[in-house]
Structures are given as C-alpha cells and as structure tokens.
Design a protein around this ligand. Structure first.
Ligand code: SF4
Ligand code: SF4
Length: 167
C-alpha cells in the first residue's frame, strides 16, 4: 500500500523515453552528422587532410581533387572547424547503412599558380649608377667617390721625399 501513490503517478505521467524509431528527437545545434563540401569555395590548402585524426581525407591541389572515405570518418568535426574558407559542413543526420564501400570525390577548380615577381631591370643591371650622364644628379656623387683616390695620389710624392734626401 505504501507504493500505491508512486504507481499511480508513474501511470499518469509521460514516459521518460521515446518510442524510437517512431519518435525521433530533433537534432542539436551544430550536430555532427554526414560530411559534405562546397567544392567551389575550397582552396585546396590541405588543412582538413592534415588535421583529420582518421586520415580519411586526401587533397590534390594540382588536380583540384578533394577525396574523403566516409566509412573511416568518426564525425569529430575537426575538418569542418579548421577549414579556413568554411566550405565543409555536416548534416544533422548520420549516413545510412550501406552494403557497398563508397568514396566521396569532388572535383573543383585548382588554384592558379602565382607568377614570380619580375625583377626591376634598372636595379639588376646597375647601368644608372655605373654610367651617370653629364649634368645629372648623380654627377656630384661620382665626384665625391673619386675624391679619396686623388688624396691617395697626392700623398705619393711625400712618400718619395726621403729617397731624394738619401741621394
Ligand atoms: S581545409 Fe577547407 S579549403 Fe582547405 S582543402 Fe580542406 S576543404 Fe578545402
Ligand atoms: S569529421 Fe573528423 S574524422 Fe570525419 S573527415 Fe572530418 S576530421 Fe576526419
């Protein structure tokens, strides 16, 4: 008789569990379900492949290929969270069981290679500094540069003076 109120209470209130699969719970926000990619936004940087703990992603930058083995994916969401362009997404459901192995292969536009910056010709050849035009602004600088040589030559006769004394 002591348990009668508890029994009546449990009979009247809602059950604590759901009648799955007839009743399915709404997914949580940021649910980590099936992975998919917006290949047009992918820059093929390879971050997702490097960060994936199960190593199920491969990125071919030259060919513009992004490949994932969904059977090896553990739905951790690291690839999605570390993608710099946020082109990886996860659905709010998990992949359904299947009897055949599949590979997710997405083909995009590989990034164009950057051309090496052209070297400035004037600096590379050094023609302006070596051959200054007369009357140009570089003329005084060359005169200054030649000045030390003149000083050295001017000292030479002084060095010969002792020899003259010997004679
Ligand atoms: S991290 Fe994102 S942008 Fe980089 S290769 Fe992976 S999917 Fe593409
Ligand atoms: S969700 Fe995790 S296991 Fe799955 S592909 Fe992304 S990083 Fe790899």
């Amino acid at each position: 008789m002591l348990f009668t109120p508890t029994v009546i209470k449990n009979l009247l209130k809602k059950p604590a569990t759901r009648l799955y699969p007839f009743t399915v719970r709404e997914p949580f926000p940021n649910y980590r379900g099936e992975l998919y990619i917006d290949i047009d936004a992918c820059i093929f940087c390879g971050t997702c492949a490097r960060k994936c703990p199960s190593q199920c992603i491969e990125v071919d930058k030259e060919q513009g290929l992004w490949t994932c083995n969904p059977h090896a994916c553990v739905y951790c969401g690291i690839c999605r969270d570390t993608c710099p362009t946020k082109c990886l997404h996860m659905k709010d459901v998990h992949r359904k069981p299947m009897t055949e192995r599949i590979m997710m292969v997405e083909k995009g536009e590989p990034p164009k290679k950057k051309k090496p910056a052209a070297k400035p010709e004037a600096k590379a050849e050094g023609t302006e500094a070596a051959e200054p035009k007369s009357g140009s602004a570089a003329a005084p600088e060359t005169a200054k540069a030649e000045a030390p040589a003149e000083k050295v030559e001017a000292k030479k006769p002084d060095a010969k003076k002792p020899e003259a004394k010997k004679k």
